[in-house]
Design a protein around this ligand. Structure first.
Ligand code: NAG
Ligand code: NAG
Ligand code: NAG
Ligand code: NAG
Ligand code: NAG
Ligand code: NAG
Length: 488
């Protein structure tokens, strides 16, 4: 257990001073325990004093009508958004939420100054993380509420979102909210923001977690160890991203993204960023692209210094029963999509190509349309990526296809890709709008399944292990710090 940030191992006298200025609520049965945990006394003397009956009775004399200093409870419910917001005023303010509690938000909770933090008390990593629930009504004054946490304010450098859950409460019968913001909307013209150990799912709008570029002045965001998804639905234009990264020089690692539907991780240029050791898994929904490097905007196609490596992308998998309907909906159209034409075909002319990214040593397993498809790119390097375990490349052209696509592991179009180095396996073929592929009839997936015992040795994740083990191994490598470039 790490010390709670608001009270980093203070001398007890200072702690008592803080306590006397911030009375404790006795309504919460776990509050004293949490307090002790939070204080994390690190000397025997402090521990003895915490157990001292005089200190215990001091706690009992504290008034009970004011919120706990240890965490802000979710009740009373009627003013909860304002009560939470009131804890984020000055630089360095920490809003500590209570484990196991749900907070119904009517408006986005806004960071307002540098070094602020939203966290669940005690840093849980499981279902006891506090849950912020997007609850604004779909009509009236707070119509179109889609964002739970907004960190894009001016001067919000180094703000942190840690160990919380965000339930976007997407109504399955409602269309995706046009123009809405992500569940967690961070970035802006800020540096050094951190999002870790959060869970974000069911966004009403286009993304579970967005790091915005600001005035092209966002830098050095760290997005690690988050549990993302489901995000969006498989149906046409009801899609949502898992993580949408548009902040330069950022680090995105150790995230588990299950059932995103647009891009698992969409890298919007974000030059200088490292995206590594993430797991992207289509369990039950069709995913257009595992990792997308297709967007010209907002960084004018600049992917220089951006590296995508050691990610595990899991396409559709057969269920235990041959006709188990559970898994049959899952399918990844393109494992890693590189170049604007994969997404947009010839909608834009060749002035909107993407440039200078590096994609290496990623591992793909399961059913895909394409493993890696490249069209509309310059100066890209793609090497060392492998198929592992059982794979299948399937799909049939859908209504938005402009020609007869042929599903394949590796494809690039030499007419639209220049000055690039791709690994030898790539086939030169047209791949415009590769995401127009439709999931084939269920039987077709399993007929064309390749039981691949010949997979090349996988340096990153381990070869020919059953999938769940592979995912577990990848996940066991949760990251703890910015690892810098890992040149394997
Ligand atoms: C957060 O900012 C938005 C946009 O300025 C505003 O509409 C909303 O009311 C703010 N949230 C709170 C809790 O004040
Ligand atoms: C909500 O979004 C819809 C569609 O974009 C828009 O017409 C409407 O004015 C918005 N409502 C509010 C209160 O902002
Ligand atoms: C990036 O942000 C992290 C905190 O998230 C900080 O430790 C690190 O020093 C920053 N790096 C640079 C180059 O500013
Ligand atoms: C798969 O998704 C459908 C809705 O799209 C849902 O009804 C079903 O419960 C999901 N199955 C699993 C195993 O998550
Ligand atoms: C490409 O598009 C840009 C902007 O849309 C335009 O200015 C340019 O003339 C176009 N080039 C060609 C070759 O069509
Ligand atoms: C490949 O599929 C076969 C048949 O279902 C299964 O026995 C084997 O474990 C799978 N291999 C991997 C690496 O998942």
């Amino acid at each position: 257990m790490r010390p709670f940030l608001a009270f980093p191992s203070q001398p007890l006298s200072l702690t008592l001073f803080l306590l006397s200025s911030l009375p404790l609520s006795r309504a919460l049965p776990w509050s004293r325990h949490s307090l002790e945990v939070a204080l994390s006394p690190d000397t025997n003397e402090q521990q003895a004093r915490l157990r001292n009956p005089a200190y215990q009775s001091y706690l009992l004399t504290l008034p009970s009508d004011i919120p706990s200093p240890t965490c802000v409870p979710s009740y009373p419910d009627w003013d909860v958004t304002a009560r939470l917001q009131a804890h984020l005023i000055a630089p360095g303010d920490v809003l500590a939420l209570c484990p196991g509690q749900s907070y119904r938000l009517d408006w986005p909770l806004n960071f307002t100054a540098a070094d602020q933090e939203i966290v669940t008390l005690g840093f849980p990593t499981d279902h006891t993380r506090a849950t912020l629930v997007v609850s604004g009504h779909l009509s009236g004054a707070n119509a179109n509420h889609s964002t739970a946490i907004d960190g894009r304010c001016r001067g919000c450098n180094r703000v942190k979102v840690r160990h919380v859950q965000v339930d976007g409460q997407r109504d399955p019968d409602a269309d995706i909210l046009p123009g809405g913001g992500a569940n967690i909307a961070m970035g802006g013209s800020n540096a050094g923001q951190l999002v870790e150990y959060t869970r974000s799912f069911d966004p009403r709008a286009w993304s579970c977690l967005h790091i915005h570029e600001g005035q092209h002045a966002c830098s050095n965001a760290t997005i690690v160890n988050n549990d993302i998804g489901p995000c969006g639905f498989s149906e046409y234009e009801e899609w949502a991203d898992g993580i949408s990264l548009s902040c330069r020089d950022s680090y995105v690692a150790g995230n588990l993204i299950k059932d995103a539907t647009d891009g698992g991780i969409v890298v919007f240029g974000a030059p200088g960023s490292l995206v590594e050791r993430n797991t992207i898994w289509a369990v039950n929904r069709t995913l257009l692209g595992g990792v997308n490097m297709v967007d010209y905007d907002p960084w004018s196609g600049d992917y220089s210094g951006t590296i995508v490596q050691h990610n595990l992308i899991v396409g559709g998998l057969p269920g235990h029963e041959p006709d188990d309907p559970r898994d049959l909906d899952a399918f990844v159209k393109v494992g890693i999509a590189i170049g604007s034409r994969i997404w947009f075909g010839d909608k834009y002319n060749d002035t909107r190509y993407v440039e200078h990214g590096l994609v290496r040593n990623n591992v793909l397993t399961g059913a895909f349309g394409y493993g890696i498809a490249i069209s509309g790119a310059k100066h890209f390097t793609v090497r060392g990526n492998i198929l592992s375990g059982n794979t299948s490349f399937v799909g049939s052209p859908g209504p938005t296809c402009t020609f007869e696509l042929q599903p394949r592991p590796w494809v690039y179009d030499s007419l639209t890709v220049s000055a690039s180095a791709v690994q030898d396996e790539f086939v030169d073929e047209e791949a415009d709008m590769a995401i127009c592929l439709l999931k084939p009839g269920d039987e077709a997936v399993w007929d064309e399944w390749v039981w691949d015992d010949e997979a090349p040795v996988d340096s990153g994740i381990g070869q020919l292990q059953p999938l769940r083990q592979m995912v577990a191994r990848q996940q066991a490598r949760r990251v703890h710090a910015h690892s810098g470039e890992d040149d394997l």
